[in-house]
Design a protein around this ligand. Structure first.
Ligand SMILES: CC(C)(COP(=O)(O)OP(=O)(O)OC[C@H]1O[C@@H](n2cnc3c(N)ncnc32)[C@H](O)[C@@H]1OP(=O)(O)O)[C@@H](O)C(=O)NCCC(=O)NCCS
Length: 164
């Protein structure tokens, strides 16, 4: 069965409260990472329709700080699928509560794995990118996966080379 990235689209809204901030009055990185993981897991769960676990985070870029009192929008959708794993792209934007001025704060790419009732990775539906931006995100996700697999292979070879 094929699914569209739209089937896994998630938007979560939060507000930055004092308990979310660091000494500078901007959001603590771990808080926003937790929101990213939750939005990503919901998106992966909507695609796979079973339990999912976070396998890895390929990239997480803090582009601009998020300020106390600002509204935060966390958007996620599945960019690409493997057999049992899927890459979810997450974008975090914030908004000044009074002026409505918007900021792009974080972009992140996470891999989730679908887990069956036997506790093992389970096959998932494939994704079918249709629009130009879905195709671009699919292509970029494939490049990140290829680069992750290549790096893991090279590290393994290096480990074998230096082993006594
Ligand atoms: C993620 C996990 C299920 C993978 O298990 P595994 O036995 O290594 O699975 P496999 O080697 O059969 O790989 C299954 C899929 O996961 C992918 N995968 C495994 N480790 C990965 C990693 N570190 N990063 C990205 N993808 C990974 C594989 O590429 C494969 O994808 P595919 O089926 O689409 O080709 C396992 O490592 C695990 O349970 N990790 C802990 C997860 C966790 O606790 N997360 C935090 C709380 S949710």
């Amino acid at each position: 069965m094929m699914k569209s990235p739209n089937d896994s689209a998630v938007t979560m809204t939060e507000i930055v409260l004092p308990q979310h901030t660091n000494a500078l009055g901007t959001i603590f990185g771990g808080t926003v990472m937790s929101w990213i993981d939750i939005a990503g897991a919901i998106s992966a769960g909507k695609h796979a329709r079973c339990n999912v676990v976070t396998a890895s985070i390929d990239a997480l870029h803090f582009i601009a700080p998020i300020k106390l009192g600002h509204f935060v929008e966390i958007k996620a959708c599945v960019n690409a699928t493997g057999k049992t794993s899927m890459e979810v792209g997450v974008r975090v934007d914030s908004e000044h509560p009074h002026t409505g001025e918007k900021f792009h704060n974080v972009s992140a790419y996470l891999t989730f794995v679908a887990i069956g009732s036997d506790g093992k990775p389970q096959l998932i539906p494939s994704i079918e990118p249709k629009t130009d931006s879905e195709k671009r995100r699919f292509q970029a996700a494939s490049m990140r996966r290829a680069s992750r697999v290549k790096l893991a292979h090279e590290l393994k070879q290096e480990e074998l080379r230096i082993k006594p």
